[in-house]
Design a protein around this ligand. Structure first.
Ligand SMILES: NC(=O)c1ccc[n+]([C@@H]2O[C@H](COP(=O)([O-])OP(=O)(O)OC[C@H]3O[C@@H](n4cnc5c(N)ncnc54)[C@H](OP(=O)(O)O)[C@@H]3O)[C@@H](O)[C@H]2O)c1
Length: 223
């Protein structure tokens, strides 16, 4: 059933990093977990994506800004694509982290915010569009709206709450997980946060790559 649905919908890939004890953040951010190859993979995935789906918690915590460099933008234009992928976020009450995330001040970045709220779009320098969907807001409805705009490839950059919802709605196709050679403990989230999933998905290991002490795992969620 899922594979039939996949044939008629966009591909959704998530890229996440965790410590060896499964924490997705140290001191509230993931930056300490990275590796140059991990950052290079993220740049490639961003350049290839039609849309980048990211939660408001992550936009704020990671102070989102400057997702694509000039070279990646030029490459996209040469391929006949828009210079920048759509940046897509969801917020039921349209509570956008405008002060915390500099991306809202980048004039040439198209941002779509899906909401249940009737609130208007706040004034920002970015090209922000607010799309109202019926409550309860579902990622299935968000992806259907993106599909109607021609989106075929979606990169989900988390965070853990948004990614859990994507998996709970059976909408994730691939998970790129970097395991950082760190142990953190404490109360940091895992790569998925929230209630136990209604069905526990089985992952299929597609590829493994090592760079120094970092491990790169590519899982598929479909056989
Ligand atoms: N290691 C990694 O790879 C990685 C990647 C990303 C983030 N992180 C870390 O993760 C943390 C942030 O993650 P987070 O889980 O707090 O936030 P998040 O997943 O980035 O954002 C939560 C999103 O889910 C929405 N949401 C929550 N409940 C919902 C529902 N029932 N229906 C529809 N939408 C719903 C929220 O909007 P509303 O509540 O406004 O509706 C919000 O957009 C930070 O520490 C960040 O550093 C780590």
């Amino acid at each position: 059933m899922a594979s039939l649905e996949l044939a008629s919908r966009e591909r959704v890939v998530a890229d996440m990093v965790a410590t060896a004890d499964g924490r997705a953040a140290v001191d509230g951010r993931s930056v300490a977990l990275g590796h140059p190859e991990d950052r290079a993979l993220l740049r490639e995935l961003r350049a290839a994506a039609d849309a980048i789906l990211v939660g408001t918690g992550t936009l704020a915590a990671e102070r989102y800004a400057s997702l694509l460099d000039d070279e990646a933008r030029k490459r996209r234009v040469a391929e006949g694509r828009p210079p920048h992928p759509l940046v897509v976020t969801i917020s039921r009450r349209l509570d956008l982290p405008i002060a915390a995330a500099p991306i809202f001040s980048e004039a040439d970045v198209p941002i779509l915010a899906f909401t249940e709220s009737d609130a208007g779009a706040p004034p920002v320098a970015a090209d922000l569009e607010v799309v109202r969907l019926p409550a309860p807001l579902s990622l299935m409805a968000v992806l259907a709206a993106l599909r109607a705009r021609g989106v075929k490839g979606v990169l989900c950059e988390g965070g853990p709450s948004l990614l859990r919802r994507l998996i709970a709605e059976d909408l994730l196709d691939d998970l790129c997980l970097t395991v950082a050679p760190l142990l953190a403990a404490g109360g940091a989230p895992s790569i998925l946060e929230g209630d136990v999933l209604p069905e526990v998905p089985r992952l299929h290991l597609r590829d493994v790559h090592r760079a120094d002490d970092h491990l790169f795992l590519h899982y598929g969620l479909r056989p």
